[in-house]
Design a protein around this ligand. Sequence first.
Ligand SMILES: [Zn+2]
Length: 236
Amino acid sequence: MKFDNILEYQRIDADLVTIEDAIKNSSERVRVYNYKLKLDEATEMVKRLQAESADVVAQYERIAQKANELVAKITELEGIIGKADDLNEVEYYTKMLSGLIDELSQIERDVNKDMSKADNISFEYKKTWEQGQKATTAYKNARIEYEKLKMERSIEAKPLADELSKLTKVIEPRMLEIYKGLRANKKLPAFVEYQPEDKRCGRCFMDIPSDTQGKLKKAGDYAECPNCHRALYIPD
Ligand SMILES: [Zn+2]
């Protein structure tokens, strides 16, 4: 009969779709996705910490250079004070010296701040690195589990796929094309029996307009439902 092959194809393919959905909705796939997310987060965090640590190093170098300059100035001033014989002059340079020493203490505080920041970064880095390692292992294991599931399912699917490929050779090409288009749009079942007295799509239940009704008069007719686009057919 006209629709036997495509309906047989549809029946077998429904089992194949069930297998595909089982893979898609499997906890194995969810785990792979989640661990990948964690891994990506850890990788991002490592990058961010590396950038922060480069900033701290640059900041430290700037401070160290400033400290060197100050120490040189202080040494120079101490020399000048040692040689000065005027009391006013001594007082003037001593004031200047105490200003420089204050500045140096400020720098020391900045260095300490920088150091504690570096400690924090290094702590975070270590923690993130460990998390990353754990996520990598978990991700790899989840992938193995997922591949195993896919393998098992594909063994189940193989005979079905073989039957479908046999049927492909005997199905009217236009019908197969319609079926595949609907399958790709997740409109299954694609071929739906039509009862002319019902005047409705058997799947989306929309009333069928008269021009489509005109194409669905006798056994063997088939036409597209204007609403859900499934193929309505009258068995022969
Ligand atoms: Zn419909």
